[in-house]
Design a protein around this ligand. Structure first.
Ligand SMILES: CC(C)(COP(=O)(O)OP(=O)(O)OC[C@H]1O[C@@H](n2cnc3c(N)ncnc32)[C@H](O)[C@@H]1OP(=O)(O)O)[C@@H](O)C(=O)NCCC(=O)NCCS
Length: 207
């Protein structure tokens, strides 16, 4: 028997607070303990997740939740792609949707909002480091929002007794005309000829 298509859920997106961290930790625990989407093997505590929220805020980067009727159904945040200073205008995204509401549009709403926020802050590029080349949900979500697959690192993780791939996906943020996050100036990005067309941001659509 085929299942009827699930109805999209109308969630609202807002900045995460400390009060959300127990629900966020519960969503993340599911994926840490049952999937190779995350390469962590022990679920972090609520206190550790709260510390990570504070670190994201201190960097001035967005940490967002999707909420419906007061319940957190998903979250995402941006972090530095790598710590060395020349990488400072490139971010990495992380996104998790509660397992009982996947494929109902929440991931797209959250990641679109994160792309929008990072673009407005002046970041130039976003990278997804996707655990497991069998992770069709994350690969499909990123592809649907203009990310291009740049490569697969074969078997770089060992989890649940098997070697796990990492898929690297990449998207240019349409921010060339905006000031960089720290107000510095930079030349336009080099052309990414094969990149998927850039999606308009929420801000562009309001114009
Ligand atoms: C990846 C994840 C965040 C996607 O969130 P979601 O709410 O299920 O995604 P959406 O319903 O918004 O889907 C948006 C689009 O992504 C693609 N997509 C989502 N799930 C997919 C799947 N299982 N297979 C193929 N494509 C998929 C589709 O193009 C989909 O659009 P459509 O439903 O109109 O066809 C969610 O599956 C998740 O939390 N997975 C586990 C954690 C994880 O892998 N996180 C990413 C770490 S980098």
């Amino acid at each position: 028997m085929t299942r009827p298509p699930a109805t999209p859920l109308a969630v609202s997106v807002r900045d995460a607070t400390e009060a959300d961290m127990a629900e966020i930790q519960s969503i993340y625990t599911f994926y840490v303990t049952r999937t190779a989407a995350s390469f962590e093997e022990e679920p972090p505590s609520v206190a550790e997740m709260t510390r990570r929220l504070a670190a994201t805020r201190e960097r001035g980067m967005p940490y967002l939740v999707a909420e419906e009727k007061g319940a957190v159904l998903g979250y995402c945040y941006a972090g530095p792609w790598r710590e060395r200073s020349a990488y400072r205008y490139t971010v990495e995204d992380s996104i998790y949707v509660a397992p009982y509401v996947v494929r109902r549009g929440i991931g797209r709403i959250l990641l679109t909002a994160l792309i929008d926020r990072c673009t407005r802050l002046g970041y130039r590029q976003m990278i997804a480091v996707i655990g497991d080349s069998a992770n069709q949900g994350s690969i499909g979500l990123h592809r649907s929002l203009g990310f291009r697959q740049e490569g697969v690192l074969r078997g770089v993780g060992l989890k649940f007794g098997r070697w796990v791939d990492v898929v690297i996906m990449h998207r240019v943020l349409s921010g060339d005309d905006r000031p960089l996050p720290d107000g510095a100036t930079a030349p336009p990005l080099p052309a990414h000829e094969d990149s998927a067309p850039l999606l308009p941001t929420h801000e562009d659509q309001r114009r």
